[in-house]
Design a protein around this ligand. Structure first.
Ligand code: F6R
Length: 618
């Protein structure tokens, strides 16, 4: 939610800010702006709309300078318009601030500042920060930022410049991400690594409560008590091409096609000599043995991965598992204690609700294990143990490769737990063998969909025509059973978030308890009918839908008998694998179907309306 960037060095800052913001646009894209220090002047330019609008404006009248800050917004307080766009300035236009987060006590602070004569021009919570820093300013920007941030309640990552302090950028964070990029004769601040990766691979992850004071040659970090902190930069191993489209039309498509490689890397790295290996897991096997139950907490797609994890853990590690949405867990009175393992799953590692749930669980004495993609993220750092998915940067707002990576880690963790608990090792080995075949099978499956005229793309354009012919009156239902039920939810989520078509996922057995009332010729029903213990039950569901005039897209295992009967409207084959590993294959056509439907409708696939990649506000 909002991306921020700061730079000080010798280069043309405008270019660096815009290129950094383009890599942060996944975090929000309703307006963008920059503040640049230019020969003792503070120049602000901000525009409603995507970054392209600002970029065009700057092309027409560029701003020179070598120090500045930039912002791409996802609105929380105040509609997206030029005035509410960041940076925000103080009443004398000396200080400019970009902010990611929510200031919870902004109204109280605003009243105080207004009484003291400060005039506000926007409807945002963020503007209060600029005035507050001005109020605290006594000639030293860093000291003023430290004094001001002490008064803030809520979450923030900020980058600040002052007209009178050329070459200086100050940053601070609490509960919103902020990294420092260490360059040669230049330094950076950013919400996320891709924004600086073109210029440096050395980054420092700022801790909660820290302030950083940057010039082109120096980087001084203070903790919340004002103590100087020594920090070594981490060297990032991936490179900028991983954060680029590399010939794909959209990041989402690229990320879907990266899945075989992501899975291959996870299995290669984690399965050694027939055993699962989690080197960085700081929770010992002895501790895992004592665990009486698991509670999995996550949001959105990560929550669906967690639901699949429940099936795995209960079946193969014989541990009871509860799965909860982070936003529900944190406000319940959850029953977790020292015998509970709480697994938090998050691609970004910054999701506010998941972070809060993690803290809640720790306070109640539970051990918390994170499954995270972003290195050094808040969730990764605050958990007792972490397993990284190493899926590389996921840029498209709709999560794809992070999901399959989370599933892969959950499979391995299940068998790690099973062996820690002394359960049948032989069965585990057979299972690991099956898992290791999956990357190749996903690759083969994806190869079928490389051409633009592929079958799924055709189904999607058929749907588009059908939808228009019916005056925009159609929707999707997704049905699955058992370990593929969470995939039904995930398929529906993917479709609705990028194509705005109403879509619901259900366990197929629930149809007769309500959803079947929806069936007429309007909804398209995606039925996951791959080889499974419940295969025959799924066939009955399909019959029930067909008998009521519903239109079915069935996902079946290769060579399925439904193919021969030719009675179905649409059919998608996936490689025949044991039921337990099938979610990793089934999800691929679900992701692609959503992608192609959104493409047929001509929507902005990587940046769907109202969404942001990293939900760092409640
Ligand atoms: C859906 C999607 C979201 C995220 C959710 C959690 O495609 O991307 O539902 O899965 O916001 O985000 P993380 O995993 O970063 O905690």
């Amino acid at each position: 939610m909002c991306g921020i960037i700061g730079y000080t060095g010798k280069k043309n800052v405008e270019e660096i800010l815009i290129s950094g913001l383009s890599r942060l646009e996944y975090r929000g894209y309703d307006s963008a702006g920059v503040a640049i220090l230019d020969n003792g002047e503070l120049r602000i330019r901000k525009k409603q709309g995507k970054l392209a609008v600002l970029r065009e404006d700057l092309k027409k009248s560029p701003i020179k300078g070598t120090t500045g800050v930039g912002h791409t917004r996802w609105a929380t307080h105040g509609v997206p318009n030029d005035t509410n766009a960041h940076p925000h300035v103080d009443h004398k236009t000396q200080i400019a601030v970009v902010h990611n987060g929510i200031i919870e006590n902004y109204q109280e602070l605003k009243k105080k500042l207004q009484k003291a004569g400060y005039e506000f021009s926007s409807d945002t919570d963020s503007e209060v920060i600029a005035h507050l820093i001005a109020e605290c300013y006594k000639g030293d920007l860093c000291a003023a930022v430290r004094a001001a941030t002490k008064q803030l309640k809520g979450s923030f990552a900020i980058a600040v410049v002052h007209k009178g302090e050329s070459g200086r950028v100050v940053g601070a964070r609490r509960d919103s991400p902020l990294i420092v990029g260490i360059g040669e004769g230049e330094n950076f601040l950013a919400s996320d690594i891709p924004a600086v990766l073109e210029y440096t691979k050395k980054v420092i992850y700022l801790d909660n409560g820290e302030t950083v004071d940057l010039t082109d040659k120096t980087c001084v970090i203070y903790n919340g008590k004002g103590k100087r902190m020594k920090r070594k930069p981490t060297v990032i191993k991936w490179d900028i091409s991983q954060a680029e489209k590399t010939g794909y039309k959209h990041f989402m498509l690229k990320e879907i096609f990266e899945q075989p490689e992501v899975l291959r890397n996870i299995f290669k790295e984690r399965i050694k000599k027939g055993r699962v290996n989690f080197e960085e897991l700081k929770i010992s096997k002895a501790q895992l043995k004592k665990i009486k139950r698991i509670v999995i907490v996550a949001c959105g797609t990560a929550y669906h991965a967690g639901m699949t994890g429940k099936y795995m853990f209960e079946k193969y590690a014989r541990i009871p598992v509860w799965v909860d949405n982070s936003s529900e867990f944190r406000y319940r009175d959850p029953l977790v204690d020292k015998n509970t393992l709480v697994i938090v799953i998050s691609q970004s590692g910054e999701t506010a609700d998941t972070l809060a749930a993690l803290r809640e669980a720790k306070e109640r004495g539970a051990k918390v294990l994170a499954i995270c993609n972003v290195l050094g993220s808040s969730i990764a750092r605050e958990s007792d143990g972490v397993i990284y998915t190493h899926a590389g940067p996921e840029i498209a707002v709709a999560s794809t490769k992070a999901y399959t990576a989370q599933l892969a880690v959950l499979y391995l963790l299940t068998f790690y737990m099973a062996s820690a608990r002394g359960l049948k090792a032989a069965r585990n080995k057979q299972f690991l063998k099956e898992l290791k075949k999956v990357p190749h099978l996903t690759e083969k499956l994806l190869d079928e969909y490389r051409s633009r005229g592929n079958r799924l793309a055709k189904y999607a354009t058929d749907f588009h025509e059908y939808y228009l012919a019916r005056n925009n009156k159609s929707c999707f239902l997704y049905l699955g059973r058992n370990i593929n039920y969470p995939n039904a939810l995930e398929g529906a989520l993917k479709l609705k978030e990028i194509s705005y078509i109403s879509a619901e996922g259900y366990p197929a057995g629930e149809m007769k308890h309500g959803p079947i009332a929806l069936i007429d010729e309007n909804p398209w029903v995606v039925c996951i009918a791959v080889e499974a213990d419940t295969y025959d039950k799924m066939l009955s569901n399909i019959q029930e839908i067909k008998a009521r005039g519903g239109l079915v897209i069935a996902i079946v295992s290769q060579g399925d008998k439904l193919l021969k009967k030719g009675k179905l409207d649409y059919i998608i084959e996936v490689p025949r694998v044991p039921e337990v590993v099938s979610p990793l294959l089934v999800v691929i056509p679900l992701q692609l179907l959503a992608y192609y439907v959104a493409e047929a409708f001509g929507y902005d696939i990587d940046q769907p309306r109202n969404l942001a990649k990293s939900v760092t506000v409640e």
